[in-house]
Design a protein around this ligand. Sequence first.
Ligand code: GTP
Ligand code: MG
Length: 357
Amino acid sequence: MAKKTRMVLIGGFLGAGKTTLINKMAQQLMSEKRRIGIITNDQGQLLVDTEFIKVRGIDVEEVPGGCFCCNFPKLIENAERLVDNVAPEYIIAEPVGSCTDLIATVTLPLKKYYGDSFSTAPLIVLIDGPKLMENAFDKDTLGGYLRSHQAEEAEILVITKTDLLGKDDIVSLEKKLKGMNPDADLIRYSAVSNEGFEKIMDVLGSNKTTGRRPVEVDYDKYADAEAELGWYNGVFLFNSKAYDAYDLSMAMLRDLAGKYSSKDIAHAKIALTSSQSHTKISLIGNEFSIGGVHGSRFGKDESQLNFNARIVSEPDALRRSIRETVEKVMKAKNIEYRMKFDDCFSPGRPNPTHRLV
Ligand SMILES: Nc1nc2c(ncn2[C@@H]2O[C@H](COP(=O)(O)OP(=O)(O)OP(=O)(O)O)[C@@H](O)[C@H]2O)c(=O)[nH]1
Ligand SMILES: [Mg+2]
């Protein structure tokens, strides 16, 4: 019998570092000549993250228009397509950052109904270390409720961005997480220093499977927490003789940051792609970060700008505000552009295909 494909879910709130980690895992596995497939997921489509993975030559499928839990058959369809096309040893899947209750709705159903095809790893949840320091997990807020539930249901908890934290801070965060979820294994991880990376890879390599009990969740609160976010996805096309992709993305994100309270900015990201360059820049709260550059940071000629933002806002207002930002910055830079597509909405109430409790 063929070996089962190992299915690994990397959850965690918006901006916690899922795509960054998944890309590193993929690079490592590919350098060892192991076959791997990736599934990205979002409430919208045409994702910055899918672009980010694709330009790196990794096989990727996108489950757009809803999360894995509410589109479970789509997740399976994409996984089976990867199996047919690539026969991967590993499939790494990134759920929507505002999703929780993944044990009951995704990992246990995978194990129960598709256990013959896939070996589903324990649920890995990334916790944004600096955000945990800032009390963003405070259950009195809707966003905090979601983040906390994600932490509580994890089987493996990974504190990310430890390069931005002091040693004492990390120890106190670990204590805090142990209090929230005493049974999960804890890993410290930094994409910058690579601390903890091997430990995460060990979870892939082991044959441990998911199997913890789901943690109770209030679906009304969960729905409200998702609904307070405006979810913007846009694609813009332009042609410019030469531009600095960092400068262009930063100008837009800076303009956007000026319009919202930092606590409301879950994650805004811009990918710029030309034939010779691909860059991804993020804004999380009031922190900017460079997600990566592939090729050069200097683009030219025909280019595409993907703009994704998840910000606490009424959707129409968010769409207007992003269109204005793009217009303002492109005008200042003397770049003509056209909008190919944009869309903005608030996620609907989660309605999972399966829920095993
Ligand atoms: N300093 C630091 N930055 C990191 C680390 N991991 C990720 N980042 C940055 O954080 C930003 C967000 O990372 P992503 O990987 O896009 O986060 P995500 O969880 O996939 O976000 P969503 O897809 O919106 O849910 C990027 O700019 C990354 O470069 C880390 O360990 N240290
Ligand atoms: Mg991502």
